[in-house]
Ligand binder design. Structure first.
Ligand code: CP
Length: 330
């Protein structure tokens, strides 16, 4: 018998205190109160994961992981999050080769097939806007954006902000340095949206001119009240930052290898010398990873470098909390 669609929606909804059944497409859907709820649950999830506590929070539920672009952390941590909470996954990586997309199946059909088998879909795609397109195509289950082109990566920002919150006990009155490919980094785009929800944050954005934020992004972020200062040279790095957030040049977004190489050659690499010259003793160095000629591995031993420590682990805990909220189990 034909199932009547349970959710015809013309637009993506704000969370507005209720995560249940909501698509997670952009940081713009969150308020400070929503983030507080999520981070409170994240602490509980951290305890479950760290102690290997058996959990049945997602028992009986299936989450589809539909990844049209490669991933180590987002894919691995979503799979871990579901399984830590007693749920199960259906995993499709590279559907353009390994699914009927290769035979010409439309994107909307693939989404509607996946939702017939699952309770939520986690989607990564190379096209900006694909997550919203999927969310509007899905008639029954929520869609979570796991990174869409150079647009947004909201769940990365949830773990980045949780990492900052754990370290500083606040998300306001922070000074940060965001470095690398500001034009194409979806993690920078979402993080700036998230930090703009809080008072008195100042963000320096260090990039070659051709990789600075798009003017549309720059203006719309400034309008939200976050203080943005664009810099292009190592010498202009301020010495009072609470955190650094390094990103790689997004090779896959460039039209040619030459353009990529030129941009890469102009990037400032986070090295032990750079930290020694410009970084505070109590700051943290973050990187959403993967790092590709962006952070020198010699920095890893510095206790201020959290990218291979708390930051990647927080990806599991925040995604556990988000899934349990969206699936109505919290
Ligand atoms: N940070 C991040 O999104 O990493 P992956 O591309 O490996 O998922």
């Amino acid at each position: 018998m034909y199932q009547v669609p349970s959710r015809i929606q013309p637009e993506i909804e704000m969370i507005n205190g209720d995560f249940k059944g909501k698509d997670i497409v952009s940081l713009d859907q969150f308020s400070v109160e929503d983030l507080t709820v999520l981070f409170n649950h994240t602490r509980q999830m951290k305890r479950i994961a760290e102690n290997n506590e058996p959990s049945r929070l997602l028992e009986g539920l299936l989450v589809g992981l539909l990844f049209f672009e490669p991933s180590s952390r987002t894919f691995g941590s979503f799979a871990a999050a579901v399984k830590r909470l007693g749920g199960q996954t259906i995993e499709m990586q590279n559907p353009e080769v390994f699914s009927s997309v290769s035979k010409g199946e439309t994107f909307e059909d693939t989404i509607q097939v996946m939702e017939a088998y699952t309770n939520a879909i986690v989607l990564r795609h190379r096209f900006s806007g694909a997550a919203k397109q999927a969310a509007l195509a899905a008639n029954f289950v929520p869609v979570i954006n796991a990174g869409d082109g150079n647009n947004e990566h909201p769940t990365q920002t949830l773990l980045d902000m949780y990492t900052l919150y754990e370290r500083f006990g606040r998300l306001d009155n922070l000074t940060g340095l965001l470095a690398g490919d500001a034009l194409n980094s979806r993690t920078i785009h979402s993080l700036l949206r998230g930090l703009s929800l809080y008072e008195n944050n100042t963000m320096y954005v260090l990039s070659p001119r051709q990789l600075q934020l798009s003017r549309d992004d720059y203006v719309s972020l400034q309008d939200r009240g976050i203080r943005l200062i664009e810099i292009h040279r190592e010498q202009d790095i301020p010495k009072n930052c609470d955190f650094w957030y390094w990103t790689r040049v997004q090779k896959e977004r460039f039209a040619s290898a030459e353009e990529y190489q030129k941009a890469q050659s102009e990037i400032v690499v986070a090295s032990p010398e750079l930290l020694k010259t410009y970084a505070k003793k109590d700051m943290i160095l973050m990187d959403p990873l993967p790092r590709v000629e962006s952070v020198d591995p010699a920095v890893d031993a510095d206790e201020r470098a959290v990218y291979l420590r708390s930051q990647i682990r927080n990806g599991v805990y925040t995604r556990m909390a988000l899934l349990a909220l969206v699936l109505g189990r919290l």
